[in-house]
Design a protein around this ligand. Structure first.
Ligand code: MBD
Ligand code: FE
Length: 255
């Protein structure tokens, strides 16, 4: 580049703000130079392993969301996470059956929800859904399942209602054999997230809502390694014999 690019004030402000707080942090922590070098080596391994999105989504994303959305009306956002995939199968007919293998392992799940706006009812909201399978794996990411297994998109009806048929997700263990696991165990944390469904809502004139659904009684709710649980996102799994049922309503904010 010969010409100097225009200054991006957001980048400059972010870096200067970061340094301001970094100084206080370093005064407090008093790292020696060997510790700094070890950190650089670990960060290099993190980058080379491809785990930067994983690490940041587990250990940083929740604080970004909290800072921006605490005390806002409407449904609380939760983590997007590293396993969102654009272009999932478009499901046309309700109840929306998540793409799955013929003999998909796991408990069958019927999930009912409603999407409204802080201003009232909302028709035809676009919904994207993704989750792990009964082996704790997300399709498209180191999984033997077909691409887009347990991923789909659809629209709510005229009243904002929707019904999904899927399987119950299981607690998710983040990968532990790389630099993210190294950090997790060094800090004395476990590697689990409670079982969750990822869900994303889009509607014109509204802020896109990315959030998750969790289930009461899950053993990892209080100690989620990614700290993504919000009590308003909890629902109850009801045993209906051959399947489980759950429901939750969602409220979108206007732009
Ligand atoms: C996940 O499944 C997830 O939802 C997050 C936020 C981080 C790692 C794995
Ligand atoms: Fe997840």
């Amino acid at each position: 580049m010969t010409e100097k690019a225009a200054v991006n004030e957001r980048v400059l402000g972010a870096y200067e703000g970061f340094v301001k707080h970094l100084k206080n942090f370093l005064d407090e922590q008093q790292f020696n130079h060997e510790e700094y070098t070890k950190f650089v080596e670990w960060a290099d391994r993190l980058g080379r392993s491809g785990e930067i999105p994983l690490f940041l989504d587990v250990f940083v994303e929740t604080y970004v969301l909290e800072a921006k959305y605490k005390n806002s009306p409407g449904t609380e956002p939760s983590l997007l996470g590293p396993y969102y995939e654009e272009g999932s199968p478009v499901l046309e007919e309700s109840p929306f059956v998540m793409p799955q293998r013929e003999d998909e392992p796991g408990d069958k799940l019927t999930f009912r929800g409603n999407v409204s706006s802080v201003n009232g009812p909302l028709a035809k909201t676009k919904v994207e859904w993704w989750q792990d399978d009964a082996d704790g794996l997300y399709s498209n990411y180191d999984s033997p399942a077909p691409a887009f297994n347990l991923r789909g998109q659809f629209h709510t009806d005229e009243n904002g209602d929707f019904e999904v048929h899927s399987i119950v997700p299981i607690p998710y263990q983040i990968p532990t054999n790389g630099p993210t696991g190294e950090f997790t165990f060094s800090a004395g944390y476990h590697a689990y997230r409670p079982a969750h469904i990822h869900i994303k809502f889009e509607h014109e004139g509204h802020e896109t809502l990315i959030t998750q659904v969790f289930f009461e009684g899950d053993e990892w709710l209080e100690t989620d390694v990614a700290n993504g649980v919000r009590s308003s996102l909890l629902t109850k799994l009801e045993d209906k014999g051959d399947r489980k049922e759950a429901s939750l309503n969602f409220v979108m904010r206007t732009e």
